[in-house]
Design a protein around this ligand. Structure first.
Ligand code: C5P
Length: 398
């Protein structure tokens, strides 16, 4: 997704610097090359050696290191990158940027650059809300500096509120968003994926065999076309896609809440194998055998239909709502009826009979059904199917 892209990662001196090491890993996972620059303060929290070992590149620290100036001056360093990312962006670094200071390598690079800059602020909540900091942040916004976060939550200092650095995946997501010039740039797409687990008691649940592989591949393919993707996943075994915001849920009801919270979106792809039913009552303690030899009865209740709920929204409905239909017989007829019943725009139908090996396998053979009819795609890898679907979505939204 970020293959061939170079990120200059400026690590500021705050406790969130420990997350920047994971950020380097996430950038590498997304295919980017990362050059770390550590401020003096950052070196109190993480070492240049750890940053350099994870990046697989030299980590820079001092402005007046003559060898570096001969090999790669600070001007060159600032311009060889496609994006400068400042994480954590401390109150001090933000103030320096807003004031145009250049008294160390990080601030000098930020002054000398002509490439886009993305900051991920991290500081105590009082510092974040302080008028001086708010003024500085507003100045940076006017200067065209991009920002991700800060998030709200419990902070390392024991307080609660805005100031926590955005999670590394959110930062990578934002970086992709600013770097990608794909046809879906500026579009937000929600993708649901994986199975759901419906609790029966504290140790048992109802589930299905979905691996989440197709949903994960679709989220990656959409992000690769420049979309901002919110990936809402049940407990899947497939690896999470890189460069997207991942929201983990367990049950269908949690998935519906997460999807609703992620709206508005331009498109939504419902690839999750949501359990149709849940246990009517979830007991607080483990259900025991009572010695009678008679199994307990399990009453089921119907889960909310997330796809039908979103497709039926009168306000804020995404322009394109896509559902999946996993069928074992009469695939096209059932899927065509399902498209109408659920009120979605497209249905991606597939035959999940055990002999196809599709459920849990690496390949898929789908038929895309829209108002115009059915379009059968040849059997291909789930990655290839995802690319084709993402391209079709880009065309429809374009
Ligand atoms: O009704 P069925 O489960 O076959 O519908 C499949 C489609 O509906 C999929 O796109 C699935 O993600 C979605 N769905 C949902 N919420 C449910 C059940 C299914 O979003 N409770």
């Amino acid at each position: 997704m970020l293959t061939g892209k170079r990120i200059l990662l400026i690590i500021g001196g705050g406790i969130a610097a420990y997350k920047s090491l994971d950020l380097i890993r996430q950038f590498k996972k997304a295919g980017a090359e990362v050059t770390p620059v550590l401020t003096k303060g950052a070196r109190e929290f993480v070492t240049p050696l750890s940053a350099s070992a994870l990046a697989g590149e030299k980590a820079f620290t001092d402005l007046f290191d003559l060898t570096d100036e001969a090999e790669m001056g600070h001007i060159e360093l600032s311009r060889s990158a496609d994006l400068l990312v400042v994480a954590p962006a401390t109150a001090d670094l933000i103030a320096k940027m807003a004031g145009g200071h250049a008294d160390d390598l990080a601030s000098t690079v930020l002054m000398a650059t002509d490439t886009p800059v993305l900051i991920a602020p991290a500081m105590n909540v009082r510092m974040w809300l302080h008028p001086a900091n708010q003024r500085n942040v507003a100045t940076l916004t006017t200067d065209g500096i991009h920002r991700v976060g800060p998030d709200e939550g419990d902070m390392a200092c024991g307080e609660f509120g805005p100031g926590r650095m955005a999670e590394p995946v959110e930062i990578v997501d934002a970086a992709i968003h600013h770097l990608m010039d794909g046809p879906l740039k500026g579009k937000h797409v929600i993708v649901t994926s994986g199975p759901t687990h419906e609790p029966i008691d504290p140790v048992r649940y109802l589930a299905n065999r979905s691996s989440g592989a197709q949903g994960s591949a679709i989220a990656s393919a959409l992000a690769a076309l420049g979309a901002r993707v919110t990936f809402v996943s049940g407990p899947a075994t497939a690896t999470d896609p890189g460069g997207v915001s991942v929201i983990r849920v367990e049950s269908a009801r949690q998935m519906l809440d997460a999807v609703t919270a992620a709206l508005p979106a331009d498109a939504a792809v419902f690839a999750a194998a949501v359990a149709d039913w849940r246990a009517e009552t979830e007991t607080d303690s483990k259900i025991k055998k009572d010695g009678s030899g008679r199994p307990p009865s399990l009453a089921l209740a119907e889960n909310p239909d997330i796809l039908a709920t979103v497709a039926g929204m009168t306000e804020g409905r995404p322009d394109l709502v896509i559902g999946f239909a996993a069928e074992t017989d009469d695939v096209i007829a059932h899927a065509t009826a399902k498209r109408k019943r659920k009120g979605c725009d497209w249905i991606v139908a597939n035959d999940v009979s055990p002999e196809t090996g599709i459920m849990g396998g690496d390949e898929n053979a789908v038929t895309v059904i829209d108002a115009g009819g059915a379009e059968a795609w040849p059997r291909a890898s789930k990655t290839e199917v995802a690319r084709k679907l993402a391209a079709r979505i880009a065309k429809a939204l374009g």
